[in-house]
Write a protein that binds this ligand. Structure first.
Ligand code: CA
Length: 518
């Protein structure tokens, strides 16, 4: 009996060794993936410094679970999104740059520009994809693409959407995450903000005239003393647990409504910020941040408790810069200092994001990467993490995988340019806010403002605050950057606004430089 048992053990061992020699990759089960996206969170709205120095903001906010994630994973110091919500979210779900997918502003109403886009004194805005993204071909004013969750669903992932969607206008297929490859949708719809964060207010449901903004679903929490951030986390983990029980790999898109307006206090955390001396609005904002961080901690704890930490990748990101032009306490446009401006702006305060990735046994814990990442890179990266090396998609994917960076392999040595294109009006004024295009390559950043054709050139290595415009001092660099941006915009068939005074499209930047005028 003992002898036979030994024989079986030896046979099993031999088969295991043979199996692993044949193909290492096949032996590994596909990893679970948690994509934790925060709304409107600034680069420094955290106790984790993403710069070479700690700032006063890093001391203001308390995010212990982000600290834990940074210790266990890779911290990216130069990760970028677009200046506002929908363009970022569509890039994330399609891998396309905003200039190409043309969902260049925030979406809400079907087939129509919003009022702030119809009464601009100088510019007539292009008919951008106001309906957002669509899983089917032929929808007007929408970008047709293979959505990221659909690709993951198709190879066997259980795909869960929890929180804010904001991917398609009201009454279009893209408004419902279930049409985009998610198996479950918790609380996501067309709107990009919640009417209320409070369970005691039914998250805004039942409030007359505010139906657009009331958070859908979550009826189980109506009337209860629970914050939205907490409710969507609890629901998400409940749903994920069914996949874990069946040993099915899962993709959890934990897409928080926080820390977007309305800035409402999370009672669990607000008092200590008042005691720190913050004004009422800023204390509430800090409590939104800490509530979000608590959600992150709950998810990390869940993974540990279920013993699936080793085979679960956790990615942390925000969708645009921290709000600073309005609705905040204190002086406007200062909430991201030393970065200039905030949400809506082409300056770093509008686009630079806190990004963390944890992948145990693949990444070195506590490392820092200064590689420049942009939001469309997430699509090919997450596919690669799931084992999809190449995928035939209807859309042209602009992003590049950052998986090699996680494994500490050299990447982007040729210093690829990163492109932003926002030929629109956000609806709020502030520094660097307004129709513009921009490019970053290496340490240099060039911004072209459409209304007055203003050009700005900065060296971010020496001037992260974009305080010294080098456009006139460095004409050769200006020409080089204008040329790169023009080439990139043309290649992506970027739409420019029409100048009302001439009736013609705003020129590409290269056409505005003296020697290059055609
Ligand atoms: Ca946002």
């Amino acid at each position: 009996m003992v002898k036979n048992t030994l024989k079986v053990i030896v046979l099993v061992l031999v088969l295991a060794v043979l199996g692993s020699c044949e193909n290492d990759e096949i032996q590994e089960p596909p990893p679970n993936i948690v994509l934790f996206l925060v709304d409107d969170m600034g680069w420094q709205d955290t106790s984790v410094p993403f710069w070479s120095e700690r700032t006063a903001f890093n001391d203001r906010y308390h995010t212990p679970n982000m600290e834990r994630l940074a210790k266990e994973g890779v911290k990216f110091t130069q990760a970028y999104a677009t200046p506002v919500c929908s363009p970022t979210r569509v890039s994330l779900m399609t891998g396309m740059n905003a200039a190409r997918h043309r969902v260049t502003n925030w979406t809400l109403k079907k087939d129509s520009l919003q009022p702030m886009e119809t009464d601009h004194p100088q510019l007539e805005f292009p008919l951008w994809n106001v309906n957002g993204m669509s899983p089917v071909a032929g929808d007007s004013l929408a970008v047709h693409a293979m959505p990221l969750p659909q690709a993951l669903h198709d190879i066997g992932y259980f795909t869960v959407h929890s929180g804010k969607a904001h991917l398609g206008a009201i009454g279009t297929p893209g408004e419902n995450p279930l049409n985009l490859g998610f198996d479950v949708n918790i609380a996501g719809h067309a709107a990009g903000a919640p009417e209320s964060y409070l369970g005691t207010e039914n998250f805004g449901n039942g409030k007359e005239g505010r139906e657009t903004w009331a958070v859908p679903g979550l009826e189980n929490y109506y009337g209860k003393d629970i914050f939205l951030t907490e409710a969507i986390t609890q629901e998400a983990l409940k749903v994920v647990d069914s996949a874990v029980t069946h040993q099915q790999p899962f993709f959890l898109y934990m897409s928080h409504y926080a820390v977007h307006t309305p800035i409402m206090g999370d009672e669990r955390f607000v008092q200590k910020y008042l005691e720190k001396g913050l004004d009422s609005t800023e204390a509430k904002y800090a409590s939104l941040v800490e509530g979000m961080d608590k959600s992150l901690g709950d998810i990390l704890n869940y993974l540990t408790d279920k013993n699936i930490e080793e085979n679960t990748i956790v990615i942390f990101m925000s969708d645009n810069g921290g709000l600073s032009a309005h609705a905040r306490g204190g002086e406007p446009n200062t909430h991201n200092k030393p970065l200039a401006s905030g949400k809506g702006s082409m300056y770093e305060g509008g686009i630079r994001e806190p990004m963390l990735v944890k992948w145990l046994n693949k990444t070195e814990p506590g490392t820092v990467s200064n590689e420049q990442i942009i939001i469309e890179d997430f699509y090919p990266s997450i596919l690669k993490m799931a084992g999809i090396d190449s995928l035939e998609t209807v859309q042209k994917v602009d992003g590049q995988s950052f998986v090699e960076i996680l494994k500490d392999e050299p990447k982007y040595e040729g210093l690829r340019p990163l492109i932003w294109h926002y030929p629109n009006e956000w609806g709020v004024t502030g520094p660097g806010i307004g129709a513009a295009s921009a490019v970053r390559q290496g340490d240099w950043k060039f911004i072209y403002f459409h209304a007055d054709r203003r050009m700005e050139l900065y060296n971010l290595k020496t001037d992260i605050g974009e305080t010294k415009n080098l456009a006139s001092e460095q004409p050769e660099k200006l020409l080089e950057m204008a040329s790169i941006l023009t080439t990139q915009l043309k290649a992506k068939r970027a739409q420019m606004p029409i100048d009302k005074s001439t009736g013609k499209p705003v020129e590409y930047p290269l056409e505005m430089l003296p020697n290059e005028k055609e």
